[in-house]
Structure formats: structure tokens, C-alpha cells
Ligand binder design. Structure first.
Ligand code: NAP
Ligand code: G4F
Length: 320
């Protein structure tokens, strides 16, 4: 029998890779989109005729229930959120509504319509924030450093709570930063690779960045959606940390990206306080040994391969 999945946030980076992955697995794929005066479906343009889209907003309970009733999914992947950390200081309440309370709306909808639906919640390494220990695993305490991180902690624990209260198959994937050529242009990796391409093509002169010393555990989004799917295939629901276990600085991203086009990053990058955050997460690094053990999951694409893949994609885009 064909399995049916519903992906909230299908127009986002992860939603588009997950849709590709599930179609490849033979799923019937449904996705939710927000009403907008212009359609922003670039990331799913190549599969537009193979997925069914439904209008839904995380702020609107009726729209959630209606979609769940119409689609009758086996699996729900809740990827929709306000996902950009700096915006969460400018719009803390909206971030809380989308990224925190939106999860409760999804879980309540699912509980009402069909409690047998399997549910994946997109939790984040931002929850570790001011890290209590390194590397971080499923037992590491949370200390979020932004309204976004705080909202994700709520989303994480409400998922745990509904699992324990109502016996739902609801899991959280605590994913570390993952990037791709489909990453939003405001996130640091893509901001860098896009600028490198434009500088190489003489369309831009300098690149202004914030904290060059911040370290992240960066992986490839295409590898990480596989882990999401594996979590929903388990016998029992459990939460997992997903990452590479290797940490690099923003400076390293610059070096690898500029080197790939034969340029010296120090000649083009300028530090600009406008991009510093009110509270910074200095470093994040995953211990994903539980995922390797129970999901048989490991990342495939290395940091260097990822950065070069993104630079190549941006070069091609800007050359056209
Ligand atoms: P993204 O590219 O920003 O995509 C977010 C998606 O959510 C978009 O499709 C967006 O729709 C949708 N959305 C936003 N607000 C909504 C609302 N009120 N109602 C319905 N849909 C809404 O994010 P991503 O990188 O794919 O990340 C996917 C999820 O994983 C997010 O929850 C993010 O917080 C989490 N996460 C990401 C990472 C990472 O490194 N990428 C790591 C850990 C966790 P529009 O197209 O209409 O804006
Ligand atoms: O690329 P970023 O904006 O990602 P951030 O804040 O780590 O959040 C991403 O990963 C989370 C998982 O840990 C997700 F939950 C979240 O949704 C999102 O996908 O920034 C990475 C680092 C930060 O330390 C930031 O201060 O890069 C530093 N940075 C330095 N200059 C910059 C810049 N970040 C951005 N966006 N722009 C800069 O110019």
C-alpha cells in the first residue's frame, strides 16, 4: 500500500529535500503552504506536479485540522517554523506563536483527527545554546540563547509531553546546522557562498559578516532528511541528536569557499557589528552516536564538499 506523508514547511530547504526523499521512497507526498500574494515555490518547482499542496498556517487551528482530515496521512513531518535566529529578537511573539505554540496546534490537531499518525518535530541544536558540555547528546541540558531557541525548547518538550500524556508516536529530531544550495540567503553559509560567486564574477566587492569565531557543526540537508524518516520507522518513539561531530568556524567557511575559486578570503571579508547578535551561541558540536547505533544513520557529505557544492551552485546561478 502507498504510504502517505504530510510535510509542513514543504517550501523550505528541508521540506523540499524531504519531499524529494519521500517521493523516491514511493510515498504519496502532501505539503502545506501559507497563503501569499505571490507563490514562492522555487525549491519544489522540479516536483510541483508530483506533490499535492494544501493551504495551512501554524497560527490557524482550523486549517491544521482540515488538512489532517483531508489528507489522512500516516506520517506528519512538522518542519514549518520561523527559522531565522536574528528575526526572533525582532519578532519574539510571532516566533513564539509559529515555532512554539504552532507545535501544540499540530499535536492537538493530530490527537483530535487520528492519534495513530506518526509525528516528527523539527527540534534544533539552538536549544543547547550556551552549551553545558561538548559534544552535545540527547542528555545534554538546554540553555537557549535566543527567542528562537526558547521557542524550540517549548516545541521539543510539548512533543515529549504529548507522547507521554497521550501515547502518541511523536519524536523530536535535534538537528545541528544543515545547509545546501537551497539554503536561505540570510544564513551564514549561503550568504558566504553566494557572495563568493558574485565576487568571483565581479558582481560584488566585499562581504560583511558578524562573528567570524562562531563555530557550528555543519552538515548537508540532503543527508539529514534521511534521519528524519528513519526516526518515524522505529518500533518505539525516541528523540535523536543529528549532526556530523565535526566543528568549524565561520572563518573556516570563508577560507574553504574563497579558496575554491582561487581567492584569498581576507582580502574581501569585513567584520560588521551590525551582524552581531544580542546573545551569541559560540559553539555547537553533535554527539550523534545514538543515531548511528539505533538508526544506522551517518552523514555522507563532508564540510569541505558541502561548501564547494554550494559555491558551485551559486556560481552557476549567477553565471546564467
Ligand atoms: P526554512 O527554509 O526557513 O523553511 C521554513 C518553512 O516553514 C517554510 O516552508 C515556511 O513557509 C514555513 N512556515 C513559516 N511560518 C509558517 C506558518 N506560520 N505556517 C505555515 N508554514 C510556515 O527552514 P529549514 O532550514 O527548512 O528548517 C526546517 C525546520 O527545521 C524549521 O522548523 C527549523 O527551525 C528547523 N531546524 C533547521 C535547522 C537547519 O540547520 N536548517 C536545524 C535545526 C532545526 P514560507 O515559504 O511561506 O515562508
Ligand atoms: O547561519 P546562521 O544564521 O545559523 P544559526 O543561527 O546557527 O541557526 C541555524 O541553525 C540552527 C541549528 O543550530 C537552526 F535551528 C536555525 O533554524 C538555523 O537554521 O548563523 C550561524 C553563525 C552564528 O553564530 C552567527 O552569529 O554564524 C554567525 N554569523 C557571523 N556572521 C552570521 C553572520 N550569521 C548570519 N546569519 N549572518 C552573518 O552575517
Amino acid at each position: 500500500m502507498t504510504k502517505r506523508a504530510l510535510v509542513t514547511g514543504i517550501t523550505g530547504q528541508d521540506g523540499s529535500y524531504l519531499a524529494d526523499f519521500l517521493l523516491e521512497k514511493g510515498y504519496e507526498v502532501h505539503g502545506t503552504v501559507r497563503r501569499s500574494s505571490v507563490e514562492k515555490f522555487e525549491r519544489i518547482q522540479h516536483i510541483r506536479d508530483r506533490v499535492t499542496l494544501h493551504q495551512m498556517d501554524l497560527l490557524d487551528q482550523l486549517s491544521i485540522i482540515t488538512v489532517l482530515e483531508d489528507v489522512e496521512p500516516w506520517e506528519v513531518y512538522n518542519l514549518a517554523a520561523q527559522s531565522f535566529v536574528p528575526t526572533s529578537w525582532n519578532q519574539p511573539l510571532l516566533t513564539g506563536e509559529f515555532t512554539a505554540l504552532g507545535v501544540t496546534r499540530m499535536l492537538d490537531g493530530l490527537r483530535t483527527v487520528n492519534p495513530d499518525i506518526r509525528f516528527y518535530q523539527a527540534s534544533s541544536s539552538e536549544m543547547f545554546g550556551k552549551v553545558r558540555r561538548t559534544p552535545q547528546d540527547e542528555e545534554t541540558p538546554f540553555y537557549p540563547r535566543s527567542p528562537y531557541g526558547v521557542a524550540k525548547v517549548y516545541g521539543h518538550f510539548i512533543t515529549v509531553n504529548y507522547r507521554e500524556s497521550y501515547d502518541l508516536f511523536a519524536v523530536s529530531g535535534i538537528l545541528f546546522n544543515h545547509e545546501s544550495p537551497r539554503r536561505g540567503l540570510e544564513f551564514v553559509t549561503r550568504k558566504i557562498t553566494d557572495a563568493v560567486a558574485r565576487i568571483k564574477l565581479k558582481q560584488q566587492k566585499v562581504l560583511r559578516l558578524g562573528n567570524l569565531d562562531a563555530c557550528r557543526d555543519w552538515g548537508f540537508a540532503g543527508d539529514y532528511v534521511d534521519a528524519m524518516w528513519r526516526m518515524l520507522q522505529l518500533e518505539e518513539p525516541e528523540d535523536f541528536v543529528i549532526g556530523t561531530g565535526v566543528m568549524h568556524s565561520v572563518r573556516d567557511v570563508c577560507r574553504v569557499a574563497f579558496e575554491h575559486v582561487g581567492l584569498d578570503w581576507e582580502a574581501y571579508v569585513m567584520e560588521d557589528p551590525a551582524f552581531l547578535r544580542p546573545a551569541e551561541v559560540e559553539e555547537l558540536c553533535a554527539d550523534a552516536s545514538k543515531a548511528k547505533r539505533l538508526l544506522d544513520w551517518e552523514p555522507v557529505v563532508s564540510f569541505e564538499e558541502l561548501v564547494r557544492m554550494m559555491v558551485d551552485a551559486d556560481l552557476e546561478r549567477h553565471s546564467g
